[in-house]
Design a protein around this ligand. Structure first.
Ligand SMILES: Nc1nc2c(ncn2[C@@H]2O[C@H](COP(=O)(O)OP(=O)(O)OP(=O)(O)O)[C@@H](O)[C@H]2O)c(=O)[nH]1
Length: 562
């Protein structure tokens, strides 16, 4: 028998709007259950990635097993900490699938925010027990009564169910642990069933191969067992398994009563441990679990190695990182200017930035990222009239006398790049924002080409809204003019829609006379200088008769740094 019978196990998630205090509460829970020591150093221990610590946000869901005694009974609580930002909601829904309940954290000062609502519905639709926790009651402007009224009104949860805490000071956190035990149902499944586990996360370890995080739905598994991954029907032998406390803690067995842990079974290729896959025992095959809906990429960008010689290393870094973040889609791509690379799809701009930062920090890769775009469906014959759509109001709900929830339909490219930042600054940081895909809508979009001396440059072609074409075309021509050096003839840089030119810049003709300094007529010196000029030209790309430095493409394509 397992040390913990199934009715003494609770699997739960902490969900919240960004910065409402999930990671701080997780730290307190870990401390109180003795999983970590209570020191200043142990801040946000579940935020393991460098990018998470630097940005102070959670990117990856993390798992920790806690031991807790209540009313003379010992419990095993599996805690999954999840990210709050809208771009990482895929991580949240993934984590929820391994849980029976959630702690919904709400800041006592800010009240219900956009991701509070989004996360509530994820949990509600998954039919999980929801425990509302009002955090930061120590703040001067905390107003827990108001937040409780909001919770009653928006979520229809009685105010008596709310728990008021200060995660920072540890006030009333014990009540949260008690509520987890009392209000969250234990997982179903029996130890006697055939072994069946859901892979809900996986990492790549250089020495041990793939480490899969699993939720055991039924049966049991031990070292040496032969297991099969349903996706590829490949058989593996279990080398190591254990709990996450939050560090890996090897055990002999993982019991089939809803335990959450990790497993290492000699999977060498990153593609072998698909997130959402089912593992089962070779001798007792089971039907695979439904898995996860693949995440839908919203923002696309090209990624290229700085130098083509770095292509293989970057490919393996991207492969490994996408195993850890399966919401990223990857397609091979190539560009005249930047060489072989990939087109990657992300859930949002922050997601893209974090992915890029993780590539650099965790894999030491340096990449060129092209400007992000959103997907379009194009109708090639433009004989029908299509109308542009900007924000269209869908609904207005007053949360209380100070807050209102507005639902709008927007074109994705209008919101994906700078909308969130703009909204934040216009509302002095008070407004919050969440979005979901509302499918394709007709819009007045056009293809804009950039021409160098009349020749279109394929990788600079963009899709723009008709009203924006002029200003964007002008800006791109200006940026190109700054980066293309003068050559022996005049260069026309044009932005065009079809055959109509909408913007133009000119790079004047100029001959860099490298021999100017060579009075004296020393022929060897002359030859040396001419050779150097020719080498400089090798770093250029020739488009038609125009030499364009590689950097020029990057500076025009590269997304603007914040
Ligand atoms: N005054 C006060 N501050 C708190 C409390 N709990 C958390 N904070 C602070 O709120 C900020 C955000 O806390 P985090 O725990 O990082 O929030 P989070 O929800 O995990 O954020 P993400 O992981 O980025 O979604 C930090 O500066 C915390 O110190 C609290 O009870 N009282």
């Amino acid at each position: 028998m397992s040390k913990f019978p199934v009715d003494k196990i609770r699997n739960f998630c902490i969900i919240a709007h960004i910065d409402h205090g999930k990671s701080t509460l997780a730290d307190r829970l870990l401390e109180m259950t003795g999983a970590i020591a209570k020191t200043e150093k142990n801040k946000q221990v579940l935020d393991k990635l460098q990018v998470e610590r630097e940005r102070g946000i959670t990117v990856k869901a993390q798992t920790a097993s806690l031991f807790y005694s209540h009313d003379g009974q010992d419990y095993l609580l599996n805690l999954i900490d999840t990210p709050g930002h809208v771009d990482f909601s895929y991580e949240v829904s993934r984590s929820l699938s391994a849980c029976q309940g959630v702690l919904l954290i709400i800041d006592a000062n800010q009240g219900i925010q956009a991701q509070t609502v989004a996360n509530f519905y994820l949990a509600f639709e998954a039919q999980l027990a929801i425990i509302p926790v009002i955090n930061k009651i120590d703040l001067k402007n905390a107003n827990p009564e108001r937040v409780e009224s909001q919770i009653e009104k928006v979520f229809d949860i009685p105010r008596e169910e709310c728990i008021r805490i200060s995660a920072k000071l540890g006030t009333n956190v014990e009540a949260v642990l008690q509520a987890v035990v009392e209000r969250i149902p234990h997982p179903g499944g029996s130890v006697d069933d055939p072994f069946k586990a859901l892979v809900f996360d996986s990492n790549f370890d250089h020495y041990r191969g793939v480490v899969a995080n699993i939720a055991v739905i039924g049966g049991r598994v031990k070292k040496g067992d032969k297991i099969v991954s349903a996706h590829l029907s490949k058989t593996y032998e279990v080398n190591e398994l254990g709990l996450l406390r939050p560090e890996e803690h090897a055990t002999q067995k993982l019991y089939a009563d809803g335990q959450v842990g990790y497993i290492i079974a000699g999977m060498k290729d990153v593609k072998e441990a698909q997130i959402g896959d089912t593992l089962y025992c070779l001798e007792r095959p089971v039907q695979a679990l439904p898995g996860f809906k693949p995440a839908k990429a919203m923002v696309f960008a090209g990624m290229y190695p700085m130098d083509q010689s770095e292509y293989p290393a970057l490919r393996s870094a991207i492969e490994r990182l996408t195993l850890n973040d399966s919401s990223v889609t990857v397609q091979r791509d190539s560009s005249l200017a930047l060489g072989a690379g990939w087109r990657l799809g992300f859930l949002g701009l922050l997601h893209m930035e974090v992915f890029n930062q993780r590539l650099e920090q965790e894999y030491n890769a340096s990449v060129i990222v092209t400007s992000p775009t959103v997907p379009y469906k194009a109708i090639l014959s433009s004989a029908k009239l299509i109308k542009s759509r900007r924000g269209v109001q869908k609904s207005v709900v007053y949360i209380d006398e100070q807050r209102v929830m507005l639902k709008y339909l927007f074109p994705l490219n209008e919101i994906v790049v700078d909308f969130y930042d703009l909204l934040k600054s216009m509302s002095s940081g008070y407004a919050s924002f969440d979005y979901e895909n509302a499918d394709y809508q007709a819009a007045d979009l056009i293809k804009m080409d950039i021409l160098l001396n009349g020749r279109p440059v394929e990788e600079l072609t963009t899709i723009v809204h008709r009203e924006r074409a002029y200003s964007m075309g002008k800006a791109m021509c200006e940026r190109l003019k700054e980066s293309i050096p003068r050559q022996m003839f005049e260069i026309a840089i044009q932005a065009a829609i079809g055959s109509k030119v909408i913007a133009r810049e000119t790079v004047k003709a100029f001959r860099k006379n490298v021999l100017a300094k060579c009075y004296g007529g020393d022929i060897t010196r002359k030859m040396k200088l001419l050779k150097r000029q020719a080498e400089g030209k090798k770093k250029m790309r020739r488009i038609g008769n125009v030499d364009v430095p590689k950097d020029a493409f990057i500076s025009v394509l590269k997304r603007k740094e914040k």
